[in-house]
Design a binder for this molecule. Structure first.
Ligand code: NDP
Length: 496
């Protein structure tokens, strides 16, 4: 039997085994087979990574680079990602079972984050304040916030890492990354490129392993200044509480239950495709899934008929096959969770219009984690299937009559990550976009994302913004510098 590939952690520019020598297995969701072993980093490993990242930030070679030099390194990393996109995408698919088509599109797009923030690195300017005091010169500097713990989930490991890595490096921060235990390998492959780009050792580190071990150690470490987290709302809220003990800054990109609203004046074929892309792309394992489909009364029957027909034709299969449209679920716990929610929906009285259970057949290969694309009709917004995040290919359709009712239903939820609006009326589009409490609104499109445009959640979907100039500011803090130009020190007992 050939030995499985073994992945070590990346600390201080070295590939290091975990301090207690333990590894865990990583499984390919399509073959259901273990294909590699990954270092199970201990809190001690995480602490060591933070120390080297902190040393680079304060006294190391990194701390001496100017912003233009930093930007050039970030840009170079973008070039290397571009050259290696195919390989990175294949690592992602082996770990998370998402479509090669989707992961390749993401990896081909990743360099843009590094070009954009690499370019921005030396354009962050402080300002001179026209201060209200005589003989004082006051100006601001925007400085790196410090060591960043970047904690990422399994659904789009490199894309969600790029949201953090590119602006953090451009801002002058150093990082310790903790990828999901289910999808560590693409992040480790990326470190080969970080090294090749010429980043000083210790600027970017990866500790693989479990959230409760390596992840928790990062969140608790006093020398970590900021936690940039993407994951579930429950874990995010816990991380936020732990981070508060040492007053860390946090950006939290969490769950969603996004409304995708189809008005009766929508172009039906476009809206059908938008609904499909909102829930069945990525096997529904995306925080921005349009999992609540709100359809207006006048077109409800026709729309639902066309939607179900379209969804029925979705091709399940090997995610590496570029003809496949729906792949397996990534993890066994996620698979169980999706099936449980399907049962919850049935017991709540939702009507199964399509699917409604596990999938099997030759197209599923040896995978034990395929779920049928599932559509529920007759859903009421108070049902659990309408309120809780499933993170799978399960769509709930809710009927509405008026625009006001659509907005009320859309907002009657704890989450606020995204929403879709399908209409040909510009007035309606603007009015509804303004009224929905979510961080992203798509009109006549769905699942569009860019390095340039801020992304983040309202309500329980998160805190802070990633991407765009706002995303860079999350890695900076402002210092105000006061210089007296007075000939002598005025009365020391009175505030100036
Ligand atoms: P989790 O919240 O379980 O995990 C996310 C990351 O946090 C993982 O690396 C995990 O480690 C780590 N983690 C978990 N607990 C802790 C802890 N106490 N301290 C430090 N780190 C911890 O999410 P999943 O990986 O299961 O991802 C799916 C979830 O992510 C979905 O619910 C989805 O809504 C959300 N998501 C949100 C996105 C957004 O941008 N808003 C985008 C993508 C996903 P480990 O896995 O090793 O335990």
């Amino acid at each position: 039997m050939t030995a499985l590939p073994k992945f070590n952690a990346y600390i201080n520019g070295q590939w290091v085994p975990p301090s207690d020598g333990r590894y865990f297995e990583t499984v390919n969701p399509y073959t259901s087979k273990v294909w590699a072993e990954v270092a199970r980093c201990t809190p001690e490993d995480a602490n060591r990574a933070v120390e080297v990242a902190h040393a680079q930030l304060t006294t190391g070679e990194w701390s001496k680079l100017n912003a233009t030099q930093r930007g050039a390194l970030v840009h170079k990393l973008g070039d290397l990602i571009k050259e290696n996109a195919q390989e990175l995408a294949e690592y992602e698919v082996r770990d998370n079972g998402k479509l090669l088509n989707e992961m390749l599109a993401q990896c081909n797009y990743l360099p843009q984050w590094f070009y954009y923030y690499g370019g921005l690195a030396d354009k962050i300017e402080g300002s001179v304040i026209p201060i209200d005091k005589a003989e004082i010169f006051n100006f601001t500097r925007h400085e790196p916030i410090g060591v960043v713990a970047a904690i990422t989930p399994w659904n789009s490991p490199l894309l969600l890492l790029a949201f953090k890595l590119a602006p953090a490096l451009a801002a002058g921060c150093t990082l310790v990354i903790k990828p999901s235990e289910f999808t560590s390998t693409s992040t480790l492959k990326l470190m080969e490129l970080v090294e090749k780009a010429g980043f000083p050792p210790g600027v970017v580190n990866v500790v693989t392993g479990f959230g409760a071990e390596a992840g928790a150690a990062l969140v608790e470490h006093p020398k970590v200044a900021k936690v940039a987290f993407t994951g579930g709302t429950e874990s995010g809220a816990y991380v936020y509480q732990q981070a508060a003990k040492t007053l860390k800054r946090c950006t939290l990109e969490l769950g969603g239950k996004s409304p995708n609203i189809v008005f009766d004046d929508a172009v039906i074929d476009d809206a059908v495709k938008g609904a499909i892309s909102g829930i069945f792309a990525a096997t529904g394992q995306t925080c921005i899934a349009g999992s609540r489909l709100l359809v207006q009364d006048g077109i409800y029957d026709e729309f639902v008929k066309r939607l179900v027909e379209f969804a029925r034709s979705a091709r399940m299969g090997d995610p590496m096959d570029t003809n496949t449209q729906v792949g397996p679920v990534t993890t066994p716990p996620q698979y169980q969770k999706i099936l449980q929610y399907i049962e919850v929906a049935k017991s709540e009285g939702a009507e199964v219009l399509l699917g409604g259970g596990p999938a099997s057949g030759p197209e599923c290969g040896d995978s034990q984690w395929f779920v049928q694309p599932t559509i529920f009709g007759g859903v009421h917004n108070k049902m659990r299937i309408a309120q809780e995040e499933v993170f799978g290919p399960v769509l709930s359709i809710i009927r509405f009559k008026t625009d006001e009712e659509a907005v009320e239903i859309a907002n009657d939820i704890a989450f606020g990550l995204a929403a879709g609006v399908w209409t040909q009326s510009i007035k309606r589009a603007l009015k509804v976009s303004a009224a929905i409490r979510a961080g992203t609104i798509w009109v006549n499109t769905y699942r569009a994302i860019s390095y340039m445009s801020p992304f983040g959640g309202y309500k329980m979907s998160g805190l802070g913004r990633e991407n765009g100039i706002e995303g860079m500011k999350e890695y900076l803090q402002t210092k105000s510098v006061w210089i007296s130009t007075a000939a002598d020190v005025p009365n020391p007992f009175v505030m100036r």
